[in-house]
Design a protein around this ligand. Sequence first.
Ligand code: GUN
Length: 283
Amino acid sequence: MTAKIIDGNALSTEVRGQLAERAAALTSVGITPCLAVILVGEDPASAVYVRNKVAACEKAGMISLRDVYAADVEPALVFARIAELNADPSVHGILVQLPLPKHFDSEAILESISPEKDVDGFHAENVGALMQGNPRFIPCTPYGVMKMLESAKVPLKGAEVVIVGRSNIVGKPMAMLLLAQSCTVTICHSQSRDLAFHTRRADILVAAVGRAKMITGDMIKPGATVIDVGINRTAEGKLCGDVDFETAKEVAGVITPVPGGVGPMTITMLLANTLEAAERSLK
Ligand code: GUN
């Protein structure tokens, strides 16, 4: 039996339609949601992500500002721009695309963004709020995954969840969100012994490591839900996830594809967070 596929493009289209209606309602009372995106350097993948984020904003009736800096820019210039955006009431969300060049203190940059405008949810104050079960902004990729699980009606209470990857952007916030839904959560990483022992126990398996096709069908429990957060390229230059889709789809009950799975949902939830920030500015 082959798995049911969660179509991230279709779900994104549906959610973005709802967000565009809310954005139009805000615009009609004189507030157009505005996201400022900062990109430093020439990393081609980051440039594509930023372009997609800006285009999605505009399509949903939101304003986007884009600042692009050379890889060797003085960090002080970027800090100054963030301070300006923090103080500008017409800007509701600020995002600095990661990774930053090595001469940047990434943590200091993220901490310099106003927590009220931190639509990525990466500021320490917002990370703390999420850990306490009272999030201000939910990081976009895990937020998108939660929407996908909800849309596929995957039961969460008491489910065994295994997350492969412990990043601040995906693995750790993902664990907090699923814990809040009463899942039993295990986080695996590069030093975990016998990864397959863990993954085979999972009712819900989230792969977020950035290694092409490392999760194969034999590592999956029959009928499990498999969420693939990876975006990698094969030797032939084709996009692929962290999951070997061909073998995994024969074992899993529900699966997300790459491309067309979690990726579009990440951008959708960035729009949702920006809209939410703009709506809060009315209160
Ligand atoms: N780089 C990879 N993923 C992300 C993300 O979700 N936000 C930002 N700002 N940078 C990233």
